[in-house]
Design a protein around this ligand. Structure first.
Ligand code: TRP
Length: 450
């Protein structure tokens, strides 16, 4: 029987960190975070964001790891196993699986653009073109029917390829190669960007706090961004937690993962803003910033061909290792609850995600009627997953851990049976039981009232 077989696990502490940082560090850090900071008061946003990461994000990360490791199951199975008398809690797991499909749908679209951009860099497409021409080219590619879908298919395929190999020989092995590569590329690009004339202006914009821009909108944006960036609220870390060894300290693991994730987001800002400023570009350009403005800037630099290529490879790696964690949520659910083989589960989930992502991609075509509430399906999926699914998922996950899981089990898991984190356990319990649920609720409700 499938269940009796020993579950695959991460083989080493480094492996866990690489895989979990791989999940967390994604398009959300390199592409979404700098835009958010740019729009919401630069340094002021950064401070709010850091506060949320420390006070809420990290405890929630520990919580998800705890639930997964305790139950040794996928998100649906985990809630069932920890609350055998109240199966309704499994609903959190089911919405997590659904959310996995929905995030993958628009994530794959953007990942497709990153592959297209690698291709364009390789053939030296950007060379000598001005911003308007590059933008036009980008819009033309988005409006093509098959080309974006082809890149998406390639992206889903390379993700499925790794997932099909399982945890230690798939996710862990590839993360251990890809994440160090990503780090090296980040550092090279940072150094390059900081050496540009006028870099200081960009840094000032990024780090200088403009407190007049802080309002409730900033709070909810920062919360949504933190959840998205740290991969919280849909079971990805419950799933990874179920593959973590019983001996690992979940608090230090979460600290390393959460802080690396934040650090990378800041580094991305350090790459993007100085570059934008030194060439006199307004940094509020959204998607266009990464996909059009930066190639144009690289164009004008010495060694631009090389740096442009590196930048897009960086985006591909970031997206790839994140997509692994999204797919694994669905796949682990299908294997353990629906009793499919890993191979079949991988095929079904990736084909399913691809089909939804076709809609997201087509909705971006000029004059497309694929809209919901006035948003394209693409934007709608982005908004609804981070503002509704992930926030509610995260809220109910901490409520579950604080109020439904036995206190004894809670402490056992948090302290690895009384060997670590003994001092922290009381305050942590308090945060999970009261503070985190209250804080998330207040932030969510305030956005509707004001
Ligand atoms: N954290 C990733 C990013 O920043 C995206 C991601 C991967 C994610 N897995 C997730 C978001 C699970 C929410 C839930 O790009």
């Amino acid at each position: 029987m499938a269940e009796k077989k020993k579950r695959d696990h991460f083989g080493s502490k480094i492996g866990i960190i690489a895989a979990a940082v791989g999940s967390a560090v994604g398009l959300g850090n390199i592409y979404r975070f700098p835009c958010m900071a740019g729009e919401n008061g630069g340094g002021a946003f950064l401070i709010v964001y850091l506060g949320i990461v420390l006070a809420l994000g990290l405890p929630m990360m520990v919580s998800e790891f705890m639930i997964g490791r305790r139950a040794q199951k996928n998100p649906v199975g985990a809630f069932k196993a920890l609350a055998p008398d109240a199966k309704g809690w499994a609903l959190i797991g089911y919405t997590g699986v659904l959310c996995g499909f929905l995030i993958l749908a628009f994530y794959t679209t953007v990942a497709g653009w990153t592959l297209e951009s690698v291709y364009k860099s390789v053939i030296n497409y950007y060379h000598g073109k001005d911003l308007a021409t590059i933008e036009q080219g980008f819009n033309d590619s988005i409006n093509m029917i098959f080309r974006p879908l082809l890149w998406q298919a390639v992206f889903i395929f390379i993700s499925a390829f790794v997932i099909a190999k399982g945890i230690s020989k798939g996710i862990e092995k590839y993360s251990k190669i890809l994440m160090p590569t990503l780090t090296v590329i980040l550092i090279i690009l940072c150094v390059k960007s900081l050496m540009l004339p006028g870099a200081f202006e960009g840094l000032k914009f990024f780090f200088k706090p403009d407190f007049s821009k802080i309002d409730d909108q900033v709070l909810i944006s920062a919360l949504g961004q933190a959840f998205f960036s740290m991969s919280l609220g849909m079971g990805a870390l419950i799933t990874y937690g179920s593959y973590i060894s019983k001996k690992d300290n979940l608090v230090t693991t979460s600290l390393m993962v959460g802080l690396s994730d934040t650090f990378v987001a800041i580094l991305a800002g350090i790459i993007i803003f100085p570059a934008a400023f030194s060439f006199g570009i307004q940094p509020e350009a959204g998607p266009s910033l990464a996909f059009n403005t930066l190639p144009m800037l690289f164009n004008q630099m010495k060694g631009g061909y090389f740096f442009c290529l590196l930048f897009f490879i960086l985006l591909v790696i970031a997206a790839w290792t994140s997509a692994l964690s999204l797919l694994e949520v669905i796949v682990s659910y299908m294997i353990e609850e629906l009793k499919l083989s890993r191979r079949k589960a991988t095929i079904y989930s990736s084909v399913g995600a691809f089909i939804i992502s076709i809609l997201a991609t087509m909705s971006l075509h000029n004059g497309s009627s694929l809209t919901v509430f006035g948003l394209t399906i693409f934007d709608g999926l982005d908004k609804i997953t981070s503002m509704v699914f992930m926030t509610l998922g995260g809220l109910f996950t901490v409520i579950f851990l604080g109020w439904k899981v036995k206190k004894q089990d809670f402490e056992n898991e948090f302290t690895n049976g009384g060997t670590v984190n003994m001092r922290l356990r009381k305050i942590f319990y308090y945060i999970i039981k009261f503070i985190a649920p209250a804080a998330i609720t207040v932030i969510m409700v305030s956005q509707f009232i004001i």
